[in-house]
Design a protein around this ligand. Structure first.
Ligand SMILES: [Zn+2]
Ligand SMILES: [Zn+2]
Length: 188
């Protein structure tokens, strides 16, 4: 089987959002994206003191259980994620690694007491998924506020940026994508 990107719902996640993520990842990477069956909520990552879930523990678990032909795997969850130095994260990824995770919780307008807005939620989910895919492809944060690799520390940052890489990030993304080991092996 050839390499592909997996999208893995961690707990129940809206199918429309999963399809939106799959489409966005496939479009930017030109790779096949497959949806895995939903696993349970990531209870193993729960930190009772914070009332949040450790993104690092989720990434570790994803790495341990991903299918053999995984190029990248992206977990999608509704629970709130954190890393120790920040109050929360919209998503996280292993730099130049295989695993990434995003949370839909703080991307939902309803979280901010705003009216329900499916399109806005999907736009935010798409941007967050592409951002984490970028990290997994070795991209660091970009200083262009419109670039999808701009660091979102507030939801306003996410809303301001586009779901696309700027020219520089896109070139780096493509270059890194072409450095895949199996491609190097088949070069003559
Ligand atoms: Zn980032
Ligand atoms: Zn950029």
């Amino acid at each position: 089987m050839s390499e592909c990107i997996y999208v893995c719902p961690l707990g129940s996640v809206d199918m429309e959002l999963l399809e939106c993520i799959s489409h966005a990842l496939s479009k930017r990477s030109n790779m096949a994206v497959k949806l895995l069956p939903a696993t349970g909520e990531p209870v193993y990552a729960y930190d009772a003191k914070r009332g949040q879930y450790s993104s690092k523990r989720i990434l570790k678990r994803l790495g341990a259980c991903c299918p053999h032909e995984t190029f990248k795997i992206m977990g999608v969850t509704r629970v709130d994620l954190y890393v120790p130095i920040l109050t929360f994260v919209f998503g996280a990824a292993q730099m130049s690694g295989r695993c990434a995770v995003i949370s839909t919780q703080r991307l939902d307008p309803v979280y901010y007491q705003a009216p329900e807005d499916r399109n806005l939620l999907m736009e935010r989910v798409k941007k967050t998924a592409v951002h984490e895919l970028g990290h997994s492809m070795g991209l660091i944060h970009c200083r262009d506020r419109r670039c999808v690799m701009f660091s979102s520390t507030r939801i306003e940052d996410t809303d301001f940026k586009k779901p696309e890489f700027c020219y520089t990030c896109r070139e780096l993304f493509k270059w890194n994508l072409n450095q895949r080991p199996h491609l190097a092996e088949t070069k003559v």
